[in-house]
Design a binder for this molecule. Structure first.
Ligand SMILES: NC(=O)c1ccc[n+]([C@@H]2O[C@H](COP(=O)([O-])OP(=O)(O)OC[C@H]3O[C@@H](n4cnc5c(N)ncnc54)[C@H](OP(=O)(O)O)[C@@H]3O)[C@@H](O)[C@H]2O)c1
Length: 229
């Protein structure tokens, strides 16, 4: 019997990178996996609900489409996100808004749409992908860090609000991970950054998510931090 046999799991940002690895790991563990992102290439075994999570109406619509189809998920991995490395003086307010929209406002809208429904349906595991930048300040990272520090605040607040409700909230905060998110920033030739070969693999983060999702309900697993050795 696979550990997540028969459970419904929803993964945002599942079209590539960490989210794709998480979706694959949850599927292999037996879950019925609902993938969410703006673009999705059909693949065997998944239920796909393409959505732009920066549009609150699409997030609410996602909750309705779930209710009519796969059902309320028992596992949610709120992973979709963006990244920006840019000095403060070159970061516009519009750049800041883009990071907040996908890394903070969208996770808030998703939590609001799904966590109360999860509680009403009996509970589950709600996992947010933060970042090392949700608790460490790095140069040239103000907009991204502000969004991820805010996301950690959202996680901590909701974890307190829903403690004992049956919905367990976990924050997974990875360090640099070799995905397309680094494409514009050339880490292999950027001083002070790990090379792609030194970074975590998306499957390393997926392993941490699977660990959190498979703990029994009486275990509180609040925060997992991982990074390159
Ligand atoms: N890679 C790292 O070093 C690292 C380290 C720490 C934390 N993280 C965090 O891990 C998460 C995943 O990052 P990644 O490295 O896997 O990035 P990635 O490869 O760029 O993937 C980002 C995912 O988010 C989705 N997405 C972006 N905007 C969206 C929107 N408006 N609506 C719906 N989906 C959207 C993308 O799909 P579409 O474009 O198809 O919509 C894609 O599936 C992010 O939250 C990131 O901050 C990454």
């Amino acid at each position: 019997m696979r550990p997540l046999g028969g459970r419904v799991a929803l993964v945002t940002g599942a079209s590539r990178g960490i989210g794709a690895a998480v979706a694959e790991a949850l599927l292999a563990a037996g879950a019925r996996v609902v993938r969410v992102s703006r673009t999705l290439t059909p693949a065997e075994g998944y239920v796909d609900l393409p959505s732009d999570l920066t549009d609150p109406r699409q997030v609410d619509d996602l909750a309705s489409r779930l209710a009519e189809g796969a059902g309320v998920p028992e596992i949610v991995v709120s992973n979709a996100g963006g990244f920006l490395l840019r000095p403060l003086a070159e970061t516009t307010v519009a750049d800041f808004d883009v990071q907040i929209a996908i890394n903070l406002r969208a996770p808030f809208a998703l939590a609001r749409a799904l966590i109360p429904r999860m509680r009403a349906a009996g509970g589950g595991s709600y996992i947010t992908i933060g970042s090392v930048a949700d608790h460490v300040g790095f140069p040239d990272n103000a907009a991204y860090a502000a969004s991820k520090y805010g996301l950690r605040g959202l996680h901590e607040t909701l974890a307190a609000e829903y403690r004992g409700s049956g919905v367990r909230l976990t924050l997974v905060s990875p360090g640099p991970t070799d995905t397309a998110i680094w494409g514009p920033f050339d880490p292999d030739h950027r001083e002070g950054f790990p090379s792609r070969a030194q970074m975590l693999r998306p499957s390393d983060v997926a392993d941490a998510v699977l660990f959190a999702a498979t703990r029994p309900p009486h275990v509180l697993i609040d925060w997992l931090r991982l990074g390159p050795a």
